[in-house]
Ligand binder design. Sequence first.
Ligand code: G4P
Length: 189
Amino acid sequence: MELLKNKIIAQGIAINEKVLKVDSFLNHQVDVPLMQEVGLEFAKYFRDQGITRVMTIESSGICPAAFTALALGVPLVIMKKQLSCIHCEELLSTPVHSFTKNKDYTLTLSPNYIQYGDRVLIIDDFLANGEAALGACRLVEAAKATVSGIGIVIEKSFQPGRTLLQEKGYQLYSLARISKLGHGVIEFA
Ligand code: G4P
């Protein structure tokens, strides 16, 4: 997606060989018109998949996922990273390890917001090692629903996420695919 690539070139900062800082338009301040375009692009790509629900993981996935859900005319559900609820025993949950942040967390989803037979589009801001996306897929499938697509705003193609998701047969669409990062270097695949 050219608009997104141009934004990454203009405002993205490669802080080392592995991490791209995009605080000015995605992770801290949010470029809302750009996120609207992101949502329209995902909706166009997955339009024929019969999507019944868009899901994301808090927090930076919420904005692009919201515009995708709006464009598809389906509900948005946000998976949570903590167990702060009254009826925790009823939640679907799965452990996720974040290599980037070097920590483990429990990803949760209320069964009230997913139904048997749902066709779910998972949207997230970054794909690195694929652990978060795989955790989201496990929760969808635990509810006997189908993962009908995974939409990623920025994929780091030099990390194993894409391969892992494709090996499992998921349909993956990334709007910007980065092949190399380094001090002052951002290259697209
Ligand atoms: P993975 O799911 O693909 O395995 O990725 P990983 O756990 O390593 O990523 C953990 C968090 O770090 C995620 O955010 C992810 O969006 C973010 N992240 C990964 N690589 C980059 C990067 O190069 N740049 C930036 N800016 N973020 C990156 P999170 O913990 O879910 O945080 P948030 O969504 O609440 O912001």
